[in-house]
Design a binder for this molecule. Structure first.
Ligand code: ARG
Length: 249
């Protein structure tokens, strides 16, 4: 091996073992962009994904000196794509669950969430609490924790590719409720001006969101956790949080 080749090989090895050390590495980050305010398509520029999660991953990348390429895919495709190394990470309002932790590693939690149900306002008297949905048809998104929870409540559950499709089904009275993360339900309610919908005033299953990486991908996990720590300490996290959750969004 010539000296320059040897140098190159050593540099490549160094880059491989210390992620983020080499300038401008690009991390492929998967998401499912129909989940506002966490990730959704920008109305102004349909090629752009925006949201809390996107700001968080971009700020982490900036703090750690790498670049991010956002890759859109179905929610239930994210973990398989991590397992097959098509993605380096996934940020998708993904709840840290024991089940998922068997397959992937999560960063420290970056957001506290939980589930709620949206119903039609005309049924507000009928569905006062989640338990009232017992014999009802509940809709949600494929592979979501909301679907698992719905199955505990009712034997009649329908899973759609996206939450917006589930909301359309609710509107068409094809289901009685949509169960998903409470901040997503509340963003939906605020975006609807006709006043057709209501939320059951009950909060189910406290959850925490984490960024997922392939099991054992410690370089990326470490860079993400380190970057996130920096955001917490610098106040950047709070800024991003209030941009998405305290400004009437
Ligand atoms: N928090 C729920 C879960 O982890 C829903 C996530 C849906 N995310 C999305 N980008 N569609 O299952």
């Amino acid at each position: 091996m010539s000296l320059s080749l040897r140098k190159f090989a050593a540099a490549a090895l160094a880059a491989a073992i210390s992620f983020g050390a080499a300038a401008e590495q690009t991390l492929k980050v998967g998401t499912e962009p129909t989940f506002p305010p966490f990730e959704y398509i920008d109305d102004q520029d349909k090629s752009n994904v925006i949201g809390f999660d996107i700001d968080i991953i971009n700020a982490i990348a900036k703090a750690e000196g790498f670049k991010v390429e956002i890759v859109k895919m179905p929610f239930d495709g994210l973990i398989p794509a991590l397992l097959t190394s098509q993605l380096d990470a996934a940020i998708a309002g993904m709840t840290i669950t024991e089940e998922r932790e068997k397959k992937v590693d999560f960063t420290a939690p970056y957001y506290d969430s939980g589930l709620s149900a949206v119903i039609l306002k005309e049924n507000a008297e009928k569905f006062k609490k989640l338990a009232d949905l017992k014999n009802s048809r509940i809709c949600g998104q494929i592979g979501n924790t909301g679907i698992d929870f719905a199955k505990k409540l009712s034997g009649n559950v329908a899973a759609f590719n996206t939450n917006p499709e589930a909301f359309l089904e609710l509107r068409a009275k094809g289901c009685d409720a949509v169960i998903t993360d409470k901040p997503v339900n509340e963003f939906f309610l605020r975006s609807q001006k006709e006043g057709l919908y209501a939320e059951i005033p009950e909060f189910a299953e406290v959850a925490q969101f984490g960024i997922a990486v392939k099991k054992g991908n410690d370089e990326v996990l470490k860079a993400l956790n380190e970057g996130f720590d920096k955001l917490r300490k610098s106040g950047e996290y709070d800024k991003i949080y209030s941009k998405w959750f305290h400004s009437g969004n």
